[in-house]
Design a protein around this ligand. Structure first.
Ligand code: NAD
Length: 306
């Protein structure tokens, strides 16, 4: 009996064809990641999704044959894991596929912030050649503070070291070996906040990380730091961030993720020239997309062939 695989979101054509070659699979594509066709959902054995497909109890109740969900992302926060456990559905992700892209975008934001590239670009487009209006800082010799020394945080750390920066990190759950391999000292959250010149978040969305940067933490940060978040918007209390920006605590801010996505057009974050914003594109490279699709295809094969 063939296994029906419902592909709900973007999936690389090569990986799609790779799965289609295997006679045991029947592949069906859905054009709407949020609205899955009921006639296929009820008989699907596996879903290949990305973050636009929300998995909740309501959907699982309909998907009576479902054994496996693979998300081509590193985050799981679009999946109700309690519900999948209750309904006996295995969930897998593709975290290795996004590391390089997310670390690279983090660095894109850092470089834009420290060299004021976004402001210089805007002036040039407006026909202004004002060299004196744009002043940056050098990274060499400064301190890069990482919160969450996991896959992406570790890669960001290596790049910071290549710039000649001192890297420090807070991650209560990471093994000592990882800190030792990277030659990064394990510090408390407060010490990282107090010492970092660039402060960058790479933690998952959990109850513990929710608003882990808020008004009380801004008190520790020394004035003039650069703040970067490419992890999850829930990590920073945006109202408190706006207050900190208004109070001049921050040299610049680079954000790829927001408490509410898409970022509302009324957000105050849109008002500041030294705040650089991107629309959650950390994993949006051709390479990460192909890697995520192929890793998902391999995991699917292994699951049904075991
Ligand atoms: P990971 O699981 O490898 O690393 C996360 C690290 O955070 C772990 O080492 C963990 O111990 C640590 N951590 C957990 N709770 C913590 C806490 N309270 N305080 C400090 N550290 C804590 O994950 P990853 O693949 O490196 O991804 C990191 C984040 O980046 C995730 O939120 C992921 O969803 C996000 N991400 C975003 C994009 C994007 O498009 N912007 C792309 C990929 C990943």
């Amino acid at each position: 009996m063939k296994k029906k695989i419902l592909v709900t979101d973007r999936f690389a054509q090569d990986s799609y064809l790779f799965l289609q070659q295997h006679a045991q699979f029947e592949l069906v594509r859905s054009d709407h990641p949020q609205h899955l066709p009921l006639e296929h959902l009820v008989s699907a054995n596996a879903l290949l999704i990305r973050s636009r497909t929300l998995i909740n109890e309501e959907l699982l109740k309909k998907a009576r044959q479902l054994q496996l969900i693979i998300t081509g992302t590193s985050g799981f926060d679009h999946i109700d894991l309690e519900a999948t456990q209750k309904w006996g559905v295995t969930v897998m992700h593709t975290p290795s596929a996004n590391i390089e892209s997310a670390a690279q975008l983090t660095w894109g934001l850092v470089l834009s912030c420290v060299n004021n590239i976004q402001q210089a670009h805007k002036m040039m487009k407006a026909g202004e050649w004002r060299r004196d209006a744009i002043t940056g800082i050098e990274l060499k010799g400064r301190t890069y503070g990482i919160v969450g020394l996991g896959r992406i945080g570790s890669r960001v750390a290596e790049i910071a070291q290549a710039f000649g920066m001192t890297v420090i990190a807070y991650d209560p759950y990471q093994e000592d070996d990882v800190f030792a391999r990277l030659k990064v000292p394990r510090l408390s959250y407060e010490e990282v906040l107090k010492t970092a010149d660039i402060l960058s978040f790479h933690v998952p969305k959990t109850l513990e990380t929710e608003h882990m940067l808020n008004r009380s933490q801004f008190e520790y940060i020394h004035r003039g730091i650069v703040l970067i978040n490419t992890s999850r918007g829930s990590v920073i209390n945006e109202n408190d961030l706006v207050e900190a920006i208004e109070n001049g605590y921050l040299r610049a801010v680079g954000l790829d993720v927001f408490e509410k996505e898409p970022l509302p057009r009324t957000s105050n974050l849109l008002n500041y020239p030294h705040v650089v914003l991107t629309p959650h594109i950390g994993a949006n490279t051709e390479d990460a997309f192909f890697k995520a699709s192929q890793v998902a295809a391999n995991k699917l094969m292994a699951f049904f062939n075991d």
